[in-house]
Design a protein. Sequence first.
Length: 277
Amino acid sequence: MELVGLLLVILIIYFFIRVLTTFSAWMTGQRYRAYRSLATLHRGRYESRGLSDPPTVSFIHNGSTVRVGLAPTIAGQPEQIPRTRVVARFHKGIPFRLELAPSCRPSPPQPPRGTRPVRLGEQWFDAHYSVQANDHEMARDFLDPAVLAAIENLQHMVHPGGMLVSINPERLLVQVDRNLGQSLEGLARAVRDALVIHDGLLHGVHRRMNQGIAIVERDDEFEEDNGPAICKVCGEPIGDGAIVVCAACNTPHHRDCWEYVGACSIYGCNGKVGVSE
């Protein structure tokens, strides 16, 4: 009898665990239905991160690997605002850095190295947004009407100052300070606008790099400039400090700037070998 009773207890515990697991899976599926639908929409991959952590969705778009999900919480910081992030990692690095956010959003203590404020000449945009970039012409080329409209759409989805766009040579990050995973409509709209920004960025970079190639090819048509060399990364004159010269096109850089970018700053060069002087 004792053995039978023990077996019954084991069976009850087993069925209880099965029911609890099934219920939890059903609840998770209902709770994160927007992510599952987004994965289906973009023919991507839905990745579960357990019962408590929200899932992520990843897919390929125009050669970049895109990942959508909530930003991780920071331990020890109470009342953190949920932040939906769309991160696109480029198949090939780009020579561009940019930070864009509404003017009312608190600024970091120091802007990214090598970047300077950019003004587009669009009164409404310059009044409401702050832009820092390492290449003003590329920033203006990238921020075309379609990209500006996508940025405005993202801002309208959240409280004032609740979004940002961050670009470095490896990835594009679009963040909205709100949990958009509660509905497919909101999540899909944010991803769609982020992809508009992504495509505008790659198109602008490609166009500028093609212009750079043309400039390099026609370089002998111009008279030699005997003024002080200017670092193309930070825009400051190159003095007597540590210098790295691109082995491909002989363009000088501050050593720190070369190490920061990891390659030549001349568009169309793509040199990755530097010679110290």
